[in-house]
Each structure stands twice: as structure tokens, then as C-alpha cells.
Design a protein around this ligand. Structure first.
Ligand SMILES: C=C(N)C(=O)O
Length: 129
């Protein structure tokens, strides 16, 4: 059965998608962009700050589903400019300091709302949550 995850602690979807979905054992998050829960865009901020906000949002969505960063199995990082890889990676490493999940980081032509980074994850969740 599909469960929709929804929290006011992360920005509402900017399109026709859910913040995350789960089947009770796996959680799939939407790509998190650097936007606050109030809807403020951080598109003009550094990639470090944008990455921090995207990961903050990811954390809020995971928390709502009863999961945490430790439960993440795979992350995909979309960058508007691959030259931002090192800056993104520095902020990212602070979030996943121990046993980081598998990850793909790719450059894309453009991201929604003109942001520099978008981050999505697949996590393991407790069947009883
Ligand atoms: C921001 C998104 N995750 C989207 O537009 O799909």
C-alpha cells in the first residue's frame, strides 16, 4: 500500500508530486530544493547554503516518515553546474559524516525555480511506522 508523506516542516511541492511516498519498507523522497518551509527560495545563496537547505528539507521529510539520515540507502544530487561539485560535497559531507549512502551526482540542464541543487533519496523505513 502506498503511503503519502506530508509535512509542514519542509516546503510544499512546487508541482504535481508528493514530498515522499512509502510502501512501508522503502521511502522515496521527491527532489528537495533550497526552499524554506515558508516558501522562501535560496536560489541566490551559495551552493553550500543551498545544499544545507535541501538536506534540511530532506531531513524533515524523513522525520515525518519515521526515518533519519542513517536510513538512507541512495541519494541522487542534481547540480545545475557540475563545477559546484566540491562546494556541494563539502556541505553534504557534514550531513553524512559516517557510513554515507550510495550516491550519484549529476549535472542537469536546469532545475525548477532556477535553483543550483536538488537532492532526492531512497531510504529504508520501519514496516510498523
Ligand atoms: C522540485 C521537484 N522535486 C519537482 O519539481 O519535481
Amino acid at each position: 500500500m502506498k503511503r503519502i508523506i506530508e509535512t509542514d516542516d519542509a516546503p510544499a511541492a512546487v508541482g504535481a508530486y508528493s514530498q515522499a511516498t512509502s510502501n512501508g519498507s522503502l521511502l522515496f523522497t521527491a527532489g528537495q530544493i533550497p526552499m524554506t518551509a515558508n516558501g522562501d527560495l535560496l536560489d541566490d545563496e551559495s551552493i553550500e547554503n543551498q545544499t544545507d537547505q535541501a538536506l534540511y528539507n530532506l531531513d524533515a521529510v524523513l522525520d515525518e516518515a519515521g526515518a533519519s539520515a542513517e536510513d538512507i540507502l541512495k541519494v541522487t544530487v542534481f547540480l545545475e553546474d557540475i563545477d559546484d561539485f566540491e562546494a556541494m560535497n563539502e556541505a553534504y559531507a557534514d550531513y553524512f559524516d559516517d557510513e554515507p549512502p550510495a550516491r550519484s551526482a549529476v549535472e542537469v540542464a536546469a532545475l525548477p525555480k532556477g535553483v543550483g541543487v536538488e537532492i532526492e533519496a531512497v531510504a529504508s523505513v520501519d514496516q510498523t511506522e
